[in-house]
Design a protein around this ligand. Sequence first.
Ligand code: GDP
Length: 362
Amino acid sequence: MKTVLIGVGQAGGKVTSSLVEFDHDMGFNAVRGALAVNSAKADLQSLPIDTVLVGQDRVKGHGVGGDNELGAEVMQADAGEVMAALDGRITAEAEAIVVVAGLGGGTGSGGAPVLARELSKVYSVPVYAVGILPGRGEGAMYQVNAGRSLKTLVREADATILIDNDAWHSSGESLEEGFDSINNSIARRLGLLFASGENVEGVGESVVDTSEVINTLRSGGVAALGYASAQADDDPDTNINVVTSVTRNALLTGTSLPNATKADSALLVVAGKPERISRKGVERARKWVEEETGSMQVRGGDFPLDSERLAALILLGGVERSSRMEEFMRRAKEAREEAKRQQEEREDTDKLFQNDDLDSLL
Ligand code: GDP
């Protein structure tokens, strides 16, 4: 899938850069253009891709400080400038546009839905979002921002692939220490998805086609991505179990949204040396994905890749009714109510000291 990427905000810019790097290192050439957009000048300076600074007249290059309403406003005000910068990058060869953002902050959280809407108005190819959810340990503001942003993104983008920051985070490191490794994990998984259908050398029996990715995401809403790999044997017959077990791991322990296994549609991509991919294994794995997701629409295909390992990549479409999604939206709502309560308490305290019967000392 020939893709143009737009990273909004700090996380968006960093993840987009990791994706560009991965696509380049692997020689896939699925990423056909990339741009990072931010209201914080400092966050753009370290990025190895082209950038656009928004909101300069409102926030003077200092960012919106976690205020996603302001993030949406500055993106709306400067949308013309961002669209102009994209003009030459989104050419007729592009098959999808992908807006990437951390949903818990300000610029990406507020700006990504605005940009998705503007892009959908102008371009006929699908506009997808990749949204990064704050980890459980991040504060209430992040959860509220992410809940509001997600609600809007799901409406404005053709589908939103969600990545929970807790999902691919190795234990023992703090979330921040882990960002680089999380970003590399995101880049590998999303990068393989974008490259599915691009790399057709040594054509296998059923190479994935871009239309399979697009059809899997057609129901819209929230999507998730799973991945796992294992050492493969030379003989495809001994790889039956390798294919079924990497598929199981990809769905049960390797998804970007843990516990999201019920889905409207799914795509199972098996990557590896074509002569090592067991057809029987793929058939069994696909049946198992059908049972596990409860979806009658499980597509599949091979991704010929020169590697000693076999990998399963599973794209799940329409996972918004999963327990993880419900838990997240409930948490965002509770955080919003708690924030409101604290605000009311602060106002009560202010009133208490505005008592005119007493004079202040100074
Ligand atoms: P913005 O610049 O105002 O859009 O804010 P950020 O992009 O920093 O968004 C904050 C959210 O993104 C928080 O939930 C962070 O955990 C997350 N985040 C920030 N940087 C990264 C990163 O490099 N990788 C990942 N995966 N998440 C990040």
